[in-house]
Design a protein around this ligand. Sequence first.
Ligand code: SAH
Length: 262
Amino acid sequence: MNQPSSSSPASAADPRNRLAKVRIVLSNTSHPGNIGAAARAMKTMGLSRLFLINPKKYPDDEAVARAAGADDVLDMAVVCKTLDEALAGTVFSVALSARHRNLGPERSQARDTAPLILDKAGEGDVALVFGNETAGLSNADVQRCQRTVFIPADPEYSSLNLGAAVQVLCYELRLAAHGGRPTEVSRTVPFASPAATNDDIERFYVHLERIMVNTGFLDPNQPRRLMSKLRRLFGRVTLERDEINILRGILDAVEKNIPGKS
Ligand code: SAH
């Protein structure tokens, strides 16, 4: 069996190493699209270890299409014949099921259980086992796990799509691994200009007043309270030097086009 290495070189305290210990196990999946969706869900949350027990159609183009770039997760996926194989070497396993089972293992909500799953991932590999789209997990499969975890959906309609269920669990694990606040996605450096100085702003007002007079918009003999109102307007924002430069540039352009003034 082509099983990827589960050894992590760095400290087990690093949340990324904990997430790398989590196996997402999909049992008897019917639709390859859901396998791709699960791979994508995993990758977006920093998980990578996918196990497939008897997938009905796999490999399949639909899985690749729905993985939308998470091909590496699919490429590393381990295809097994039994739940035993998928759980080999794990120290903790969780069955995902919306349904309440008599005599099943202790049942808890996804959010409440995520910290426990990560704790166990500090000791070794852990598995989250998801059922088939129509039948879900068998009672025997559920009983092989130490916990049953459910997503607290609307009780009247509580069964999520398989890929969506994987997404929710991976998201909860990511939140738990990063103390509730994962680092934000930001590859761009936000634009920032230094604040305009008082001198910059005063020169702008002088310029603005001159243009308004020269264009005939402002009658210097009857200025009313126009400049006060404009000061109030620009005073509401913290003008940056870059913005003052733009405004001054506009005023320059207007000035050049005032007949007889250029
Ligand atoms: N009809 C099936 C559910 C199929 S959904 C049933 O009644 O069991 C496919 C899989 O997604 C489920 O086996 C389960 O692993 C997971 N899942 C869907 N909704 C869930 C929920 N609310 N809580 C936990 N797991 C859920």
